[in-house]
Design a binder for this molecule. Structure first.
Ligand code: XIL
Length: 327
């Protein structure tokens, strides 16, 4: 059965827009998978700063709009990713040398224009992505935003996003906060939530990226991390799920044994999500890509890997069965 028919929260995938290779809009096979299994769509890249505002004050929504229109035409909700990040910023942003208020002006205009452009068409936004470091104790990541504006840029971004799109659910999103590197990073993120919630800064949920592998983080790490977020009363999303299997680099192809291990792992992760996050706080689960041929992991980790639910020939892997079993 279609994945999204198994649960009553959104199940989605991140997909490339035009003009990326593998663009969903140029691929009938990818559209078939999307339409069969998913009711939520995220742009893998097309809504990042560099592509929406390639030159100062010049916004280009052509490709992002095409993706949003496709999703809405197929009864899918759209999750926006991401208003503020330190990667895939426009070159002209990185090259700015101005006083702090120049960066504030850039931040404000970007968020107002982008969130305003999509108003009413997106269910939710990743407002700020990856603002904390991996160190212990974790601290704010040194980015153009933090360096030039200070930690206040995060709160500012959430307020601006809320002003521009008052009905959108606003998420903070980060990686390695469900284990892997210990709880310090998550605890810093949650301290920020506690502060924002106490002061009425509009923030509604936490996105756990979960680019994980078959061993780490442990299920009890994941459970503990979800529980801490749940205790804050916020929404919890698994925002970028993929499960790498070749961290030891010993495989040239996905073996049946490893495919079964991955199936079990997908099932376990889904089960922990359902067991730990109560229905009203479930923001949903999004896979970071459709097929293994599209996954960012081999490029990023510089090795072969097969982290997703479908193989390069668009065939369902045991991983799909596993996720369905866990939902
Ligand atoms: C990745 C995309 O998948 C790649 O195509 C791109 O080259 C780099 O970004 N965390 C995030 C995502 O929040 O935006 C990243 O996506 C993966 C890690």
């Amino acid at each position: 059965p279609p994945l999204s028919s198994l649960v009553d929260f959104p199940v989605g995938a991140a997909v490339p827009a035009d003009p990326w290779p593998n663009s969903l809009l140029q691929s009938p096979q990818r559209q078939a998978l999307m339409e069969r299994h998913f009711n939520s769509l995220t742009a893998e890249n097309a809504m990042k700063m560099a592509y929406l505002q390639p030159r100062p004050g010049e916004f280009d929504f052509t490709h992002a709009d095409a993706l949003v229109n496709y999703a809405r035409g197929h009864n899918m909700i759209v999750h926006g990713h991401a208003l503020v990040w330190h990667t895939q910023t426009a070159k002209w942003m990185d090259e700015q040398t101005g006083p702090a208020n120049e960066f504030t002006r850039i931040l404000d205009r970007h968020i107002r224009t982008v969130a305003g452009h999509f108003v009413g068409r997106l269910k939710s936004w990743d407002v700020v992505n990856e603002a904390f470091t991996d160190e212990t104790p974790s601290d704010y990541r040194d980015t153009i935003w933090y360096r030039n504006i200070g930690a206040g840029y995060i709160e500012r971004a959430f307020k601006l996003a809320h002003q521009a799109d008052p009905k959108a659910e606003l998420y903070y999103n980060d990686y390695d906060i469900s284990g892997m590197i210990g709880p310090a990073k998550l605890d810093r993120v949650l301290a920020m939530f506690d502060d924002f919630l106490a002061r009425g800064v509009p923030i509604h949920g936490l996105g756990f990226q979960m680019h994980i592998d078959t061993q780490e983080p442990t299920l009890s790490d994941i459970e503990e991390a979800f529980s801490k977020a749940v205790a804050r009363g916020i929404k919890v999303r698994i925002s970028e799920l993929d499960i790498a299997v070749n961290q030891s680099e010993q495989y040239q192809q996905l073996t049946p044994e490893v495919a079964q291990l991955q199936r079990q792992r997908y099932q376990d992760v889904a089960r922990v999500y359902l067991q730990t996050v109560p229905p009203a706080q479930r923001g949903g689960i999004t896979l970071w890509g459709l097929t293994d041929a599209d996954s960012w992991i081999p490029g990023f980790r510089k090795r072969a890997d097969w982290p997703l639910l479908f193989d390069a020939d668009f065939q369902a892997k045991p991983a799909l069965t596993g996720l369905a079993e866990g939902l």
